[in-house]
Design a protein around this ligand. Structure first.
Ligand code: PGA
Length: 254
């Protein structure tokens, strides 16, 4: 049995420690009796340390939204996995379509970030997903397969076991347009089968694959009930404690 995982990707929102903790104070109380769902909050860097300190003795884990692939040095503006580890960060979101599209990160760069993060014991949540044009042209599986091949290049089974994949169709992110549970399940199954062939059955059945893209309290449950969907990466609806809690409960029920 795979434990579902709900990630709250705050993106460039709630960046001050006080704004982050105002929300988390409520969430912390709400999730007290949640046991079968892993919860990860990824605030902006400016709130990261305070959030880690605040959530120390709770079940809520903390992730960063980005990292660079070097340990230290002349890389103005960048943060290393070593720094994240040192402040107690456990997860890092990598390969998000906003990083790929706005900041032009390639599969190769993402691959380097994954390897460096893993070497420090951070757990990458790695996003993949197709553009609307890819889907309309019937190329979704081809695009996903290419991303899987290059993003996870030269990673062994042990590495992969420490990774969570987030399937996020780009046309569904922040648009209010969710993939239907059937559309999402089809790609999740495809990803699982691909990994089963590349690695083995253990990884195929063990790796967690989240869905992401306009998840909200009313569409979450139907998505999470699908066999191959292990929770979700939530953007907009993760900014308020009540809506995130509703989504977490849907994952617990599924
Ligand atoms: P959204 O974002 O839930 O606001 O669509 C999801 C994501 O980008 O991870």
């Amino acid at each position: 049995m795979r434990m579902p995982i709900i990630g709250g990707n705050w993106k460039m929102n709630r960046g001050s420690p006080s704004s982050a903790i105002t929300m988390l104070r409520v969430l912390k109380r709400l999730v007290k009796n949640i046991h079968n769902v892993e919860i990860v909050i990824a605030p902006p860097f400016t709130a990261l340390f305070s959030v880690i300190q605040y959530l120390k003795k709770t079940v809520i884990r903390v992730g960063a939204q980005n990292v660079y692939f070097e340990d230290s040095g002349a890389f103005t503006g960048e943060i290393s996995p070593k720094f994240l580890k040192e402040i107690g960060c456990e997860y890092v979101i990598l390969g998000h379509s906003e990083r790929r599209n706005i900041f032009l990160e390639s599969d190769e760069v993402i691959n380097k970030k994954i390897k460096k993060s893993l070497s420090y014991g951070l757990r990458p949540i790695v996003c993949i997903g197709e553009h609307l044009e890819d889907r309309e042209a019937g190329n979704t599986e081809r695009v996903i397969e290419k991303q899987l091949e290059y993003t996870f290049k030269d990673l062994n089974k042990k590495d992969m076991m420490n990774i969570v994949i987030a399937y996020e169709p780009i046309w569904a992110i922040g648009t209010g347009k969710t993939a239907t549970p059937e559309q999402a399940e089809e790609i999740h199954r495809f990803i699982r089968n691909y990994l089963g062939e590349k690695y083995d059955n253990d990884l195929k059945t063990g790796i967690r694959i989240q869905y992401g893209g306009s998840i909200n309290p009313s569409n979450a449950e139907a998505l999470f009930q699908k066999e191959n969907i292990d929770g979700g990466l939530v953007g907009g609806a993760s900014l308020e404690a009540e809506s995130l809690y509703e989504i977490i409960k849907s994952a617990e029920r599924s």
